[in-house]
Design a protein around this ligand. Structure first.
Ligand SMILES: NC(=O)c1ccc[n+]([C@@H]2O[C@H](COP(=O)([O-])OP(=O)(O)OC[C@H]3O[C@@H](n4cnc5c(N)ncnc54)[C@H](OP(=O)(O)O)[C@@H]3O)[C@@H](O)[C@H]2O)c1
Length: 328
């Protein structure tokens, strides 16, 4: 078996050397990552841009996250296997794959990444690798949120807060396919678009229309602000999956989550996505059977990653910004 294809000595990657605005992001040359015995080296085709990455890069989450510059960006990727460690069993050189960086680490916006085999699975054969980069992180997060944490059932009422974003667009699609009645909260200009994606109802988050549609059996929050008011829209035995924090009110967030997770009714569930191989394989299946499709707003070349960060900070995204690493 071939364990490696020809790999260059240095690779281009996006990094930042200090916390700050999007302009701190630069493309640099780094040594090609070393591959451990249980790891695969992936030649990256594309990487997603997560909404949570901008506050991390700006240093606004330094009190709750270990990430310190110099650091990379990008938590997920698509590509193909360029080398395998001695203990790797499932994957082979040249396999088309997708996956995630190890929990709470970043750096997939790079020509090559070395990651444990368990964080990588065959990419779906039905979508191209650039579009597919919208899904590994958002898709596995939503699968865990809706099936394992919220135990969403057919006929239940689901509210997706942030329905037009990277995570929200997956929650709308998957919620619908699981048989829920889906209400999406989004900005006014995205309401018709989110309905086209599969939401039964879409309401403007600048207003109280969602309150009038309450109660909801399950709420997926991808925003992090005003969490007590969002929780009040839950039905008595409902569950709210809180995926985001508000960098401006971290202490209040922590207190709210601590209280909410202990509450027997209107329970709050918070988790940090750290999927195993099975979850990624499940995601591949959902894409291949047509249940889920990647929703890509704009594809940027690697040397315009800062622009993608500026855009995500400005708001208005429809789905996901994706960095096409192979395009420079
Ligand atoms: N816990 C986990 O494991 C996990 C995993 C993945 C992501 N996350 C977190 O989830 C969050 C969202 O990530 P993402 O990639 O989906 O970000 P994103 O693509 O930027 O999406 C955020 C969405 O929220 C909308 N929004 C903003 N304010 C809102 C409000 N008050 N009410 C309703 N919607 C509002 C935005 O709409 P407009 O832009 O139109 O205003 C945007 O569509 C981030 O904080 C990220 O860190 C957590």
């Amino acid at each position: 078996m071939q364990t490696s294809e020809a790999v260059p000595a240095t690779v281009r990657a996006v990094r930042y050397d200090e916390f700050g605005p999007a302009e701190v992001l630069r493309v640099v040359d780094l040594p090609v990552p070393r591959v451990g015995p249980d790891e695969v080296l992936v030649k990256v085709r594309a990487a997603g841009v997560g909404g949570g990455e901008a506050p991390i890069r700006a240093g606004r989450l330094r009190r709750v996250m270990r990430t310190r510059p110099p650091a990379g960006v990008g938590n997920d990727f698509t590509g193909h296997v360029a080398a395998v460690g001695a203990e790797v069993r499932r994957l082979r050189v040249r396999d088309a794959v997708w996956g995630l960086m190890p929990h709470l680490t970043f750096g997939s916006t790079a020509e090559y990444v070395a990651v444990p085999e368990r964080l990588v699975a065959p990419a779906p054969g039905t979508v191209d690798l650039v579009d597919a980069a919208a899904l590994p992180s958002a898709g596995t997060t939503v699968l865990t949120a809706l099936t394992e944490k919220a135990e969403l059932r057919p006929g239940q009422r689901l509210l997706v807060r942030g329905g037009s974003g990277g995570v929200g667009t997956v929650a709308v699609q998957l919620g619908r396919s699981l048989g829920a009645h889906v209400t999406a909260l989004a900005s006014a200009r995205n309401l018709a678009w989110v309905r086209d994606l599969g939401a039964d109802e879409a309401v403007d988050y600048r207003g109280d229309a969602a309150t009038r549609l309450a109660p909801f059996d399950v709420i997926v929050d991808t925003v992090g602000t005003d969490l007590p008011a969002v929780r009040r829209m839950l039905a008595r035995r409902g569950r709210m999956v809180a995926l985001a924090v508000d960098p401006g009110h971290l202490a209040a967030n922590v207190l709210f989550l601590a209280r909410g997770t202990l509450s027997p009714s209107r329970r709050v569930v918070a988790f940090s996505n750290n999927p195993g191989t099975e979850r990624l394989v499940e995601l591949t299946r959902y894409v291949e059977d047509g249940t889920l499709r990647p929703v890509v707003d704009t594809v940027f070349p690697m040397d315009r990653t800062a622009e993608a960060h500026r855009r995500i900070e400005a708001g208005g995204v429809r789905g996901k910004y994706v960095i096409d690493v192979a395009r420079g």
